[in-house]
Design a protein around this ligand. Structure first.
Ligand SMILES: [Zn+2]
Length: 345
């Protein structure tokens, strides 16, 4: 694969100017070590230093990543912490030219760490909403929330998360959908079929992590329960019939190449199936998943697509257009951004 030699400053500027949507981003995964130090000062008798905070982000495989993720989210305790984390996230999105993001909140984890206290979540959500409204007002970034359950906890725990999404959605239209994260190797999608059907009836959009650490059969299972977007979909490359089905259905794929490299499920960015999916005409989107943990961000993923897989400016523009098409924005909002996209050269 030829490596592009386009001027780095020029191409980074071009990428920043593209109006982009980020569709696979975990709030907790955006917390940088510097924000973690801020949070630690609020809560710990002996606050973390920056080098100590940075060490918490070191891991070598998927299991180690989950441990790091837990250590960081431990410091998110009250509504003000969530508000700070969300605000810092939105500032970074704006700086990259992200105009819209659909952000996972690990509601299942929030409940677990608070002994399933049914009253714990609303104040936290109000903190998130304050940050969201400020981001819209001051930075022009729109945010939708996706309530994420942990698939390997239990079906009743996921039910609690999804019902909370349905209940709050009447008051907060920023809650757009639900998702399932956690360990796919332990629990697939089939046990959640009835809950997904219920969520759909409640007007929630359905996302799902599938085929990150498991084979193509996990992606089929996710489609079978009505998942509208597939997170990762890394293993689809092993199943030609599945690829054809994803193409015909126009199923958006939320790809996260650097995430897959850092958790050890893909050998390198250059070998990620992004290029192969794109060339086949699948509706692929680029995303950063947990950027603070993986040392990347969305703009950098676009840049790596350019340097590691030879994506041209036109192709990068297509990726950005895909991200808006695959979003849950209203059609007229998508059209407005897509019109603007054509003016970026
Ligand atoms: Zn994810």
């Amino acid at each position: 694969m030829p490596r592009y030699t386009e001027n780095v400053t020029d191409i980074r500027d071009f990428i920043r100017r593209l109006p982009k949507a980020e569709l696979h981003l975990h709030l907790e995964g955006t917390i940088l070590p510097s924000t973690l130090v801020e949070l630690s000062r609020r809560h710990d008798d002996r606050p973390l230093t920056l080098p100590e905070a940075e060490r918490l982000y070191e891991f070598t495989d998927f299991t180690g990543f989950i441990e790091s993720f837990k250590a960081v989210t431990r410091l998110l305790t009250g509504p003000g912490d969530y508000e700070l984390a969300a605000w810092r996230m939105i500032e970074r999105l704006a700086a990259q030219g992200v105009v819209h993001a659909e952000v996972y909140i690990s509601v299942g984890v929030i409940y677990m760490w608070r002994n399933h206290d049914p009253a714990c979540f609303e104040p936290i959500f109000e903190g998130l909403e304050r940050a969201r409204e400020r981001g819209q007002r001051e930075l022009g970034v729109s945010i939708y929330w996706i309530f994420d359950a942990v698939r390997h906890f239990s079906v009743p725990e996921a039910e609690r998360v999804f019902r909370k999404a349905a209940e709050l959605r009447a008051e907060f239209p920023s809650i757009i959908g639900i998702g399932l994260g956690g360990d796919e190797r332990h629990t697939g999608s089939a046990p959640f079929a009835a809950l997904y059907a219920e969520a759909r009836r409640a007007g929630l959009r359905l996302t799902n992590h599938a085929g990150e650490t498991t084979g193509p059969e996990a992606i089929r299972e996710a489609l079978a329960i009505g998942s509208e977007r597939i997170g990762h979909a890394l293993s689809a490359i092993r199943d030609e019939n599945l690829l054809q089905e994803l193409k015909v259905r126009r199923t958006p794929l939320e790809l996260n190449p650097t995430s897959n490299v850092r958790t050890g499920v893909c050998p390198s960015f250059a070998e990620h199936p992004l290029r192969s999916y794109f060339d086949r005409g699948l509706l692929v989107t680029l995303n950063s998943d947990d950027p603070a943990f993986f040392g990347s961000d969305l703009a950098n993923e676009y840049h790596l697509a350019h340097t590691e897989q030879g994506f041209t400016r036109d192709e990068l523009r297509k990726l950005a257009s895909n991200s808006l098409r695959a979003s849950f924005l209203a059609d007229r909002e998508k059209a407005a951004w897509l019109n603007q996209m054509e003016t970026i050269v």
